[in-house]
Design a protein around this ligand. Sequence first.
Ligand SMILES: *Cc1c(COP(=O)(O)O)cnc(C)c1O
Length: 362
Amino acid sequence: MSEPGGAAVPRIPAEERARLLANPGFGKVFTDHMVTSSWTSGVGWDAAQLSAYGPLSLDPSTTVLHYGQAIFEGLKAFHQAGGGIATFRPGANARRFGRSAARMAMPQLPEETFVAAVEMLVRADQDWVPSGAERSLYVRPFMISTEAFLGVRPASRYQFLVIASPAGAYFPNGVAPVSVYISEDYVRAAPGGTGEAKAAGNYAASLLAQQQAADEGCDQVVWIDAVERSYVEEMGGMNLFFVRGSGSGAELVTPQLTGTLLAGVTRDSLITLARDAGYRVTERRFSVDEWRAGAEDGSLCETFACGTAAVITPVGQVKAKTGDFTIADGAAGPITMRLREELLDIQHGRVPDTRGWVHRIV
Ligand SMILES: *Cc1c(COP(=O)(O)O)cnc(C)c1O
C-alpha cells in the first residue's frame, strides 16, 4: 500500500469539518480521502492507494453501468471509551465481501487487503470519527467492474474502493419502534438468486417495495420467501429476531440462512451475545402466521431488526394484506434493549472485548 504525500492535504478545513460533524446525519458527508485498488485480468490487484476523495472518471460503456457487477460492505469505526479508534469484526465483512464477489463472478480481494484498506482510510481520516454516544464513522468498501465493453460476460477489469462517512445517532430522540409492511407483491430474493450477496442490484430491486411500504404508512418493508410466500426473511436491509416468552426463559428465533437471506454480522454477533446471556436461540423458518398468532396470544413478546447502520431497531406494528397486528404494546421490549446496549458497549469499548471482535486501528 502506498500513501502519496499529496493525500495528506485535507479536502475540508478543520472548522468546516467541525460544523459537519456536529450534525452528520447518515451518508451525506464524506471524509477527505478514499482508498482505491484496481484488478486486471492476468495481472491481479495493484497496490491500494490513498488519495483525495473525489469523482471517478468512467467511460460511458463501463460494464458496471450496464450490467451491474457491483458489491459493497458496510462497517463502522468507533471512538473507544479508553481512547483510540476501533472497527468491529472487519474480518467478517472481508469474508462476506469474498462470498459476494464469488456470486457476482468478480475477483477475490485478499481478506488482509480489505482489512488493511479500511485501516488505511480510518487512520488517515481519524479526525472524521465523531465522538459521542452512538456516533461512528461508517465505512463503505465496494467493488465495481470497470472494463469499457458492452459484451455480456464477467469484466476483465475491476476497481475496489473504500470511502467513509460520519454517522450521527440513528435514533437521535431515543429508540423508537418501527412499523413494517409485509411485501406480498414483490420478492427480494429467490433460491439460486443473489439474495446472499451484498450486491447493489438487490437494493435496486427493493426500492419499489420500500416505496409501497411508505405509501401504506409504514417505515420499512418486510420480505417473505419467494416460493411459499409464508416465511419471514428480512426487514429492508436488516435481519430479524423474534422473542418468544419473556425473562430468562425467553427464546429468540431468527430466520435460518436458506441462501436467500443476507448473513448479517450484527445477526451473528447477537446470536452469540444472546446465547452467552443464557437465552435459547433458534435459527429456523418462521412464518407470518406464527408471528401473527404469537403476537395475538401474547406468547411472542418482542420483534427486532438488526444491522450495522441502526444496530437494533424494535418492530412495533405489522401491516399485511392478510391482517395487521401489534407486537405486545408496540413499545421496545426489554430483551431488545438489553442486547442493543450490550452490543453498543462492546463496540464503543465500554466493556472488555472477550471475543476478539474489536479491531484497534488508532
Ligand atoms: C447488510 C445487510 C444486512 C445486515 O448486515 P450487517 O452485517 O449486520 O450490517 C441485512 N440484510 C441485508 C439485505 C443487507 O444488505
